[in-house]
Design a binder for this molecule. Structure first.
Ligand SMILES: [Zn+2]
Length: 88
């Protein structure tokens, strides 16, 4: 068994293969959704996939075309801009 599968982070699934044998399969690890850096709310418009799958996706699926898009939610960006320009 691959050493990384020995930890509990991979869920074990018993699968029956066509020959009747039962083999052990491992579920892929869960992916946490992208969250806002300030309020920690889930970011809409940003997909959550495993890193290898994320590499295959286009940039528009991983970000929002706005300043701090894909890192902060719209509300927090608006508040930040207000704080920066309209006094503190
Ligand atoms: Zn936020």
């Amino acid at each position: 068994m691959d050493p990384r599968f020995r930890s509990g982070t991979y869920k074990r699934i018993k699968k029956k293969i066509p020959s009747g044998k039962v083999v052990l399969h491992f579920e892929k690890r869960k992916v946490n959704p992208a969250v806002c850096a300030v309020c920690k709310n889930v970011l809409p418009g940003v997909v959550s996939r495993r890193p290898a799958e994320l590499k295959k996706l286009s940039k528009s699926k991983k970000t929002v075309s706005r300043v701090y898009g894909g890192n902060m939610c719209s509300k927090c960006v608006r508040d930040k801009i207000k704080r920066e320009y309209i006094g503190k």
